[in-house]
Design a protein around this ligand. Structure first.
Ligand SMILES: O=C(CO)COP(=O)(O)O
Ligand SMILES: O=C[C@H](O)COP(=O)(O)O
Ligand SMILES: [Zn+2]
Ligand SMILES: [Zn+2]
Length: 348
């Protein structure tokens, strides 16, 4: 089956008031976990690869693994999305390598550290939209800087994040600016800054409205009711995954992620894509730690990768169900890239 675009998936999610988890993947085992969960729950799939994932696995391996997933599960629509493209050339190389969706993250300059000017962000994002839409490929942009409202610091854990400190106003996406950004760039989806950050250490306490601003999403949605919103840094970092990791020699300080219940509040407010990487990393690594401690004699990787896949599958199933994506895959008929390109040409 042909891969589906992000735009088609998110339009369907908006029409039917659900959201899709977008899982970061790096290898065969992650992809199997997401696909098994999608198959068990009849959910559409977004598999996203960061620049780090592309460097780790290589574009040809990623593309063929994902085409393998689409062949093995022909009834599940699968989108291959570039996460956090840092400059137009990164997005273009993804498009030429078979990605059906790209993120141009122009909120930071291409060094991934300096907060970019608004004009720079508009210019690079509009450039990518023009090229991508001509090929039928979708584009996600980002406005505002992901960062921690408790400290004012940018998220650094994945090597992407501004240096120094920003005020609360600077950290949250401005709804009027979002309106202008979407009209000037023509993005299909918009990632917003609401106090989430990448990695495990998002909050030092159970988040409330002071440090996780669902209210900002409500304001953006009032200004832009038709844009598909994206939440980054939205792993829930559940206590049981922290406990599993720590029970077998891991060292993780107590931390809080984005509660699933908060994500559920954001879905009626236009959030359609919810990025999740850390929760799968923790399930994967926690199970491998457990297996090594319990079976020090084993040296067959399949014996520890199987429980790792199984635990990631459980996490994926829970998110598909919680975001009400379960049951939706069979309702979607995949449009080809050429058809999407024709659609964009009509409205441009
Ligand atoms: O936003 C993400 C990828 O773009 C992943 O976020 P987490 O680190 O919360 O899983
Ligand atoms: O953007 C952040 C994702 O968690 C991807 O992380 P990564 O760049 O380490 O693959
Ligand atoms: Zn960013
Ligand atoms: Zn992200």
């Amino acid at each position: 089956m042909a891969l589906i675009t992000l735009r088609q998936l998110l339009d369907h999610a908006a029409e039917n008031n659900y959201a899709l988890p977008a899982f970061n993947v790096n290898n065969l085992e992650y992809i199997q976990a997401v696909m098994r969960a999608a198959d068990a729950t009849d959910s559409p799939v977004i598999l996203q690869a960061s620049r780090g994932a592309r460097a780790y696995a290589g574009d040809a391996f990623l593309r063929h693994l994902i085409l393998g997933a689409a062949e093995e599960y022909p009834h599940i629509p699968v989108c291959l999305h570039l996460d956090h493209g840092d400059q137009p050339s990164t997005c273009i190389s993804a498009i030429t390598n078979g990605f059906t969706s790209v993120m141009m993250d122009g909120s930071l300059e291409k060094n991934g550290k300096t907060v970019a000017s608004y004009d720079y962000n508009v210019a690079v994002t509009a450039e990518v939209v023009k090229i991508a839409h001509a090929a039928g490929v979708s584009v996600e942009g980002e406005l505002g800087c992901l960062g921690n409202l408790e400290t004012g610091a940018g998220d650094k854990e994945d090597g992407h994040g501004f240096e120094g400190k920003l005020s609360r106003e600077e950290l949250l996406t401005d709804p009027d600016q979002a309106f202008d950004f979407v009209s000037k760039t023509g993005v299909d989806a918009l990632a917003v800054a609401i106090g989430t950050s990448h990695g495990a250490y998002k909050f030092t306490r159970e988040p409330d409205g002071e440090i996780l601003s669902i209210e900002t999403i409500a304001k953006i949605n009032r200004r832009l009711p038709n844009i598909h919103l994206v939440m980054h840094g939205s792993s829930s970092v559940p206590a049981d995954l922290q406990e599993l990791f720590n029970a077998y020699g891991g060292k993780m300080k107590k931390t809080w992620g984005v509660p699933v219940s908060e994500i559920q509040k954001a879905i009626p407010l236009g959030v359609r894509k919810v990025n999740i990487d850390t929760d799968l990393r923790l399930a994967f690594t926690g199970e491998i730690r457990k297996h090594h401690i319990e079976h020090p004699d084993n040296f067959d990787p399949r014996n520890y990768l199987k429980p790792a896949i199984a635990h990631m599958t459980e996490v994926c199933k829970e998110r598909f169900e919680a975001f009400r994506a379960a049951g939706q895959a069979s309702n979607i008929r995949v449009l080809k890239l050429q058809d999407m390109a024709k659609r964009y040409a009509k409205v441009a």
